[in-house]
Design a protein around this ligand. Sequence first.
Ligand SMILES: Nc1ncnc2c1ncn2[C@@H]1O[C@H](COP(=O)(O)OP(=O)(O)O)[C@@H](O)[C@H]1O
Ligand SMILES: [Mg+2]
Length: 259
Amino acid sequence: MSQLATTDVSLSYGDFLVLDKVTLSMSLSGLHGMIGPNGAGKSTFFAVLSGLLPPSRGSVSFDGSVLRAAGPAARARQGLGRTFQIPREFRHLTVRENLMVGPREQPGESLLGLFLSPARVRRAEAEIADKAAQLLDFLRLSAVADKPAGGLSGGQKKLLELGRALMSDPRFILLDEPYAGVNPVLIEEISQRIREINAERGIGFLIIEHNLMALNRLVEDLYVLDSGRLLAHGRPDEVLADPRVRAAYMGAMTEEVQA
Ligand SMILES: Nc1ncnc2c1ncn2[C@@H]1O[C@H](COP(=O)(O)OP(=O)(O)O)[C@@H](O)[C@H]1O
Ligand SMILES: [Mg+2]
């Protein structure tokens, strides 16, 4: 079966072990969640999965092949996508333009004209425009399509980030805190779009989120990271009832109160 998997992934900053032999595997077709107290290493783990940071030890494999030194752009081309905050210099571009420009690091795009005839460049551009229009419609962003992206609400920005990831036709998407700074109505809307993307296009997700209630309703299983280690994995209700998971969160809360 097609999987995203890690084997003994460790990463340290100097003497500080941020990820400690994380071994897991998940289906590329499913909706999966990752939780853990602040500083547990979740974002670092995503950086390793997406190729932003090389692990100190261990390996990441995607659909049966080990991903070696490939960076985020190469991994995106292989089908492993992630969302990025809209870059500062893109905030004055319209929502539609943000979908059409593609990821900044995608090489070769500006070279398109060197290899293709003008007619084929125009056709390629028309296809991109079509795809963007369909995504705007699907994400309920058509009404703001020609407004500057900088003026969107927190939730609409998250939808646009999702749209930018979808433009490159990923098979699997990593989402880091899609509900952060989003009002409750839009949280439910984002969850609904994720369900539809999964059901209709077969795209799987791994989602890091602090909003456990919303995440619990969305995913089929949860991975818990604590101090860089995989502490638990299973069905969301089971994991959230696990005394070790509760203890990890309580410990983190106590530390925060003391800090
Ligand atoms: N560039 C860095 N240099 C040193 N330590 C870092 C760096 N980035 C993150 N850390 C540390 O690694 C740990 C895990 O961080 P992070 O992956 O952001 O956790 P999470 O996303 O679970 O909150 C934290 O203790 C954090 O302070
Ligand atoms: Mg984080």
